[in-house]
Design a binder for this molecule. Structure first.
Ligand SMILES: [Zn+2]
Length: 420
């Protein structure tokens, strides 16, 4: 089931503790082959709050607060059993990619574990190198413990927030009632939010497509703006809401790799020169090739990215690009998440055939690629003697990204890149 809903149930269960900081929703490497769709994990820091607190949610009539600071407490076996009970009650184990895991730490595991799980492949054996959790449990293949550990290990540098509003239980599985016009006006009014509405596909990106308890989620840079943004959306009744601290939209998964060093399942930023013109494959996927230092790699913009493919299709040999994306194993290709066209190659286009230097008349082509000949005196000319002018390109240098609906949770939207 939706992991974030589980967080609200844990908040309810552990009323006898204080929440220190927001619950965290942490997304991990989107290219791991055995992940769930969102590859997310949640973590809560429970203890005894100190000093100021802020409202971060509402469950039914009850306001949920989080303290800025607090005293850590050691977890008891009974705490662990309470967590297990909540997971057992809510987890849906049917999907083969749903492999829940719980970890409880009295001390934070190394931050590097987060970076490994956000950017690469971490196995259950990889967990052995860590501070041992005080308590742990894995269901099915147990891999959920990896994400859970990463969510605890995360020390935010760049960070965003997501306010998630949930549906009343009786509505689960039914069509969501959200007023589209109110989502568009919210998107225009709250500048610090992002990925709300897909203007290209006319799609409310705040609402999930799955039958989960989430009504909608609004992402943004400013926590303070989110409750108002939520209220600006006209919708069916909201059963509960909670503001998560997240790594969504931060590009934390991206790491610089030269083309010669690319490995499957990594998320990369690579610079290269277009070395083969784009080609549209069956199924509507667009492929172009880039090279650097003698190495080459294909880059694919998949069909769901819709109009973003037109950017790829306009690239030509010699263009310099910076490609962001996940490396796929088979076929070996970068699944493009974002692209910066650093430099467009100068292309010349033919204006007319060359003129005969003697007769001053236009010459005729001998055949494709074979040059020209004067019909009157027989003088020959080469292909490149024709009259050329700089070609006008259909794209400009700069940044491009897929429409909102086709973006990854972790991808930093251009809107955020301009802010920060
Ligand atoms: Zn001539």
């Amino acid at each position: 089931m939706c992991t974030t809903y589980l967080a609200t149930e844990l908040v309810r269960e552990f009323e006898d503790y204080d929440l220190i900081g927001n619950p965290r929703l942490v997304r991990l490497n989107p290219n791991v082959p055995w992940k769930t769709r969102g590859n997310g994990a949640i973590s809560l820091l429970l203890g005894k709050g100190q000093g100021r607190k802020k409202k971060i949610g509402q469950i039914g009539k009850k306001s949920i607060h989080a303290y800025h600071f607090g005293v850590n407490l050691s977890a008891e076996k009974s705490d662990f059993e309470r967590v297990c009970k909540v997971v057992d009650r809510l987890a849906v184990f049917d999907d083969e990619n749903t492999n829940p895991g719980i970890v409880i730490f009295d001390r934070k595991p190394s931050e590097s574990f987060y970076w490994h799980t956000a950017r690469g492949i971490v196995t259950l054996e990889g967990l052995d190198f860590l501070v041992e959790p005080t308590f742990k449990k894995g269901w099915k293949n147990g891999r959920g413990q990896i994400g859970a550990t990463a969510a605890v290990a995360w020390k935010p540098k760049d960070r965003t927030y997501e306010i998630i509003a949930y549906r009343e239980r009786k509505k689960w599985g039914n069509k969501r009632k959200i007023d589209e016009a109110s989502v568009i006006s919210m998107d225009n009014k709250f500048f610090s939010t992002f990925n709300n509405y897909d203007y290209e596909e006319k799609h409310m990106a705040i609402a999930p497509n799955s039958p989960c308890p989430v009504l909608f989620g609004i992402r943004g840079d400013l926590e303070l703006a989110l409750p108002k943004a939520m209220k600006a959306v006209k919708s069916e009744a909201i059963d509960r809401w909670l503001i998560f601290l997240t790594n969504q939209g931060t590009d934390d998964h991206i790491y610089d790799y030269t083309i010669g060093n690319l490995k499957p399942f990594n998320s990369v930023r690579s610079v290269g020169v277009v070395s083969r013109n784009p080609e549209m494959l069956e199924g509507g996927h667009l492929v172009f090739r880039i090279s650097s230092s003698g190495y080459e790699v294909d880059c694919t913009i998949y069909e769901p990215a819709k109009k973003f493919r037109e950017i790829g299709a306009a690239l030509r040999i010699g263009d310099i690009v910076i490609v962001y994306g996940g490396v796929r194993e088979d076929p070996f290709t970068i699944n493009v998440e974002k692209i910066k066209i650093e430099q467009l190659a100068d292309y010349m286009e033919k204006v007319s055939n060359p003129k005969c230097p003697t007769c001053k008349k236009g010459m005729k082509s001998i055949g494709k690629g074979q040059g020209y000949r004067c019909v009157k005196c027989g003088t020959k000319a080469r292909e490149r003697d024709a009259v050329f002018k700089p070609a006008k390109r259909s794209i400009s240098e700069g940044w491009y990204e897929p429409p909102v609906s086709a973006r990854r949770h972790l991808s930093k939207p251009l809107k955020r890149m301009k802010i920060g």
